[in-house]
Every structure is written in structure tokens, then in C-alpha cells.
Design a protein around this ligand. Structure first.
Ligand code: SIN
Length: 475
């Protein structure tokens, strides 16, 4: 596969551009290297996108839709190859990587269907003096900045609706996992996507790359998935050109287990919500709240389930949790664990990094965690489950909402009415009620508060990549 930049349908790499080493986080070894995109390359990619976009917007929706469907088919056919790339550059177990490709591909199929159903409306003004026609043209050129935790799915969740709506895109994949992105670019070329509509420009100079892309006169929108901290910086920069934005930012998901819950089901859901994709998801359960009557039983049962996690190289079929992405991630996890222990938490499992090679952290459970500990406030992004006991629903709702982040939450109870009432009061964009898995291309993914702006997936997802135009007329 090519490791060059993809700009306007051509591969670009020059000896003076330098290279980005792509590392295997399970071993620390270099897998390969890819071309480095400069600010000039970001500008060239925006030029190419601007040139290709009008023709694509004028292409019948059915034709756009069929290319997206062919992309779905192609990802499914190349699932093993793509999953192996993900496991190599990200480290997640191969089974999780296969699940990611199925998820990633589905965004193409779902949005192939949405592409032919972008609706507008016609109404009569209350005064009767005109008709009000509303329709949804594409935004134009969209810049996408994607994260390393889902090297395929966080691209396709943005790319498929953007293309379906008639836009052209410039993607900055993460420097940790650029290979999957570049291979998806090749597959899109093979299924007949016209050149220039998808430009893929990895870089190690994110700030100047982003400045060039934002300042390009054709750029009209930025879609970002990543931390709240970086999202704030990008939002400020987008304000300079009043760009439309979709921001999928950090999470701090509460996982609430009431006394009447089925504890086995709650632990099964907890393991999914915590450990899916090596515990490196924004929707990961970050704080477990167990009601006093079952807190001990839940903690013991969660501890034994976490003890069953096997960490190691994602290519080993017995491994259920791969390495963390880099040494910095291990430092953050360990700082949060130590901080909780200093505030009186009890470690019932793990509690330390694992000696290298590779970046591994022991599956860890912390009981009796003080709610004011940094671990209950910051995103862990690692295999650590802090448990906090609570007495009543009001108290736990207050604690769950005491965060500036509001991406996901989870509630376990056998009382459906109580469960729904609690879900409704959680200040989060997505809630799993007696479920540990939320994500679905047909559901609107996104957060409240500082977890982001806009939604991806569902019907809402494609409209994020559209403008709204109103035409006043009479006939
Ligand atoms: C994320 O971690 O940002 C995405 C998680 C998901 O789509 O399930």
C-alpha cells in the first residue's frame, strides 16, 4: 500500500518532506513510515477538494449513494486486511479490529441510504403572501481531524455522510494510525470515487497544518473527534472564519447500578462499557456508582471479571486488551490511580503499569473511591474501573451530573420507569439503559456540555454536512 499523501487523486511524497514513523504500541518497534504533510500540502488538498466538489454536488444522489454502497462492500471484502492494519498500528485485539471494520463499513451503507433521502420542505407563510421552500445543499469543503482510537470508524462516520451530502473532504488522520486511513483512501479510489473528493494528508505539524486548512477560502466546515482540550483550541481557530463545526469531544461516563439490578447483567454490561476496544473509547464507563446494598457484591464480581482480562499483543487470539497507545497514556492512567489511592481508595485488582516492551497497564479495580478524586473527574482512557458507593437516586444523579463533560452514561435497574426517569435527568448525549454498548450507525452519536457539538450517525448525521437554504417565492 502507498504511504504517500493522497491529494487530488495523486500520490505525493518528496525526499525533503521527512517521514512519520508509525509504531507498533505492543512492541515499540517501527512498522513503517509515512509522508509528512506540510501546510502547503494542506492548502493543495483544499484546492483539490474545492475543484472536485461542485461536480460531485451536481452528481445525482443515486449515483453518490451507489458509490457509498460500493465502499461498504469493499470494506467488508477487505475486513481482514484492514483489521490487521488496525491491530498493528493501534494495538487493539484482532477481534475488536474486525468489529471496528464492520462498524466503519456500516457508516457507508447507512449513509448510502440517507443520501437519497435528504429532505426539504415547502410551506405557505402564515400571512399567505409567499411560499417557503427549504432545501439542503452541501456545505462545500470539509476538513476532518480524526483520532487514533478508531483508525477506521471515526473516519467513515464523518466521511460517508459528508460525501453522501455532496461535499469534498480533506482528512488529517492521526500520526499514530495513518495507515488504515491511507488504505481506506485507496479502496475509495478503487470503487470509483472521483479524484479530489477525498484527500488524506497525515502530518506531524498539526498546528500549522490546521491553520492552513482553516484559512483556505474554500473550507466551510471542520469536523473533529478528540479531546475537549484540543477541541476548544480548534473551535477558537474556526471562529476566525466562522466555520461550521461538529465536535465529538471527551467523555466521563457514569455507570450507575441500583440495588435492584441484575448484578450479573450489570457486570457483563460494565465490562463492555469499560473494556471495549482496550478501554480507549470516549464512551467508556469512567466512574462506576453502585448503590450501597449491592456495592460490595458488584465490586467483587467486577473484580473477578476484570481479572479475566488478558493483556498482550492484539494478534494473540487469547488477548482481550491490547497496549495503550503510548507511554504518555500509561503515565496519565497511573497518575489517576495513584491519586485515587492517596484519597483512600482500595485497590482490589492491579494498580500498576506493566514493564515493557510495549505500553501496558494492569486491569485495575478501585473500591471506595472518593468522588472528588481526579479519577472521577478526568477521562481515564485505560483499563481502570473506579467504584463509588451511593445511597439514593437524587445523590447519584447529582454526582453523575457534576462534570463539565456529558457524552455517555449507563443505568442498570430492573425498574424500567425508574431507569427511564434517571436516564432523562442525566446530562449526557447518550445513555445505555441495562446495556453496556451504545454505538450504532443508525443512532445519533454525540454529547452535551463540553463533550461536543452536533451529532454523527442516524439521520441527523448527514444534515450536519448540509446548509439550510430558504427560498421565498409565489406562483
Ligand atoms: C469514540 O470513542 O470516540 C467513539 C466510540 C464509539 O463510536 O463507539
Amino acid at each position: 500500500m502507498s504511504t504517500a499523501l493522497l491529494i487530488g487523486g495523486s500520490r505525493r511524497e518528496g525526499s525533503d518532506r521527512g517521514r512519520i514513523d508509525v509504531l507498533d504500541p505492543a512492541t515499540g518497534e517501527t512498522i513503517t513510515d509515512v509522508a509528512v504533510g506540510t501546510p502547503a500540502d494542506a492548502t493543495a488538498a483544499c484546492d483539490a477538494a474545492a475543484a472536485a466538489q461542485p461536480g460531485w454536488a451536481a452528481t445525482p444522489p443515486r449515483v453518490r449513494s451507489e458509490i457509498l454502497r460500493a465502499a461498504w462492500q469493499s470494506l467488508v471484502e477487505h475486513a481482514t486486511e484492514l483489521a490487521e492494519l488496525i491491530t498493528r498500528e493501534h494495538g487493539k485485539p484482532l477481534a475488536d479490529a474486525m468489529a471496528e471494520i464492520a462498524y466503519a463499513a456500516e457508516f457507508f451503507r447507512w449513509n448510502a441510504e440517507e443520501t437519497v433521502r435528504i429532505r426539504g420542505s415547502i410551506g405557505t407563510a402564515p400571512s399567505g403572501d409567499k411560499k417557503i421552500i427549504v432545501h439542503h445543499p452541501p456545505v462545500g469543503v470539509v476538513v476532518m481531524v480524526t483520532p487514533w482510537n478508531f483508525p477506521a470508524a471515526m473516519i467513515t462516520r464523518k466521511l460517508a455522510p459528508a460525501l453522501g451530502a455532496g461535499n469534498a473532504v480533506v482528512i488529517k488522520p492521526p500520526k499514530e494510525t495513518p495507515l488504515t486511513a491511507l488504505r481506506i483512501g485507496e479502496l475509495l479510489e478503487e470503487v470509483g470515487l472521483p479524484p479530489g473528493l477525498v484527500n488524506i494528508v497525515p502530518t506531524s505539524n498539526s498546528g500549522s497544518w490546521f491553520d492552513a486548512a482553516v484559512d483556505h477560502p474554500a473550507t466551510r466546515m471542520v469536523s473533529f473527534t478528540g479531546s475537549t482540550e484540543v477541541g476548544r483550541v480548534l473551535l477558537r481557530r474556526c471562529a476566525d472564519r466562522v466555520l461550521k463545526t461538529v465536535m465529538e469531544l471527551g467523555g466521563n461516563a457514569p455507570f450507575i447500578v441500583f440495588d435492584d439490578a441484575d448484578v450479573d447483567a450489570a457486570v457483563e454490561g460494565a465490562m463492555i462499557a469499560k473494556m471495549r476496544h482496550s478501554a480507549e473509547t470516549c464512551t467508556a464507563a469512567n466512574r462506576f456508582y453502585a448503590q450501597s446494598g449491592i456495592a460490595a457484591e458488584f465490586t467483587a464480581s467486577l473484580t473477578s471479571a476484570m481479572a479475566g482480562i488478558k493483556i498482550g499483543n492484539g494478534f494473540d487470539p487469547d488477548v482481550t486488551c491490547g497496549p495503550m497507545i503510548n507511554a504518555g497514556a500509561i503515565e496519565t492512567i497511573d497518575r489517576l490511580v495513584k491519586g485515587a489511592l492517596e484519597r483512600g481508595a482500595r485497590c482490589t485488582l492491579g494498580g500498576s503499569p506493566v514493564e515493557g516492551p510495549g505500553c501496558f497497564y494492569q486491569p485495575t479495580v478501585l473500591a471506595d473511591v472518593d468522588h472528588s478524586s481526579p479519577i472521577a473527574q478526568e477521562e481515564i482512557f485505560g483499563p481502570v474501573a473506579p467504584v463509588i458507593a451511593f445511597d439514593d437516586a437524587e445523590a447519584v444523579i447529582t454526582q453523575a451530573n457534576a462534570s463539565e463533560l456529558g457524552l455517555a452514561g449507563y443505568v442498570y435497574t430492573r425498574d424500567l420507569a425508574r431507569g427511564l426517569a434517571v436516564c432523562e435527568r442525566l446530562q449526557v448525549g447518550m445513555v445505555g439503559l441495562n446495556r453496556g454498548a451504545l454505538s450504532d450507525p443508525a443512532a445519533p452519536f454525540g454529547g452535551m456540555k463540553q463533550s461536543g457539538l452536533g451529532r454523527e450517525g442516524a439521520s441527523e448525521g448527514i444534515y450536519e454536512f448540509c446548509e439550510t437554504q430558504y427560498i421565498a417565492t409565489n406562483w
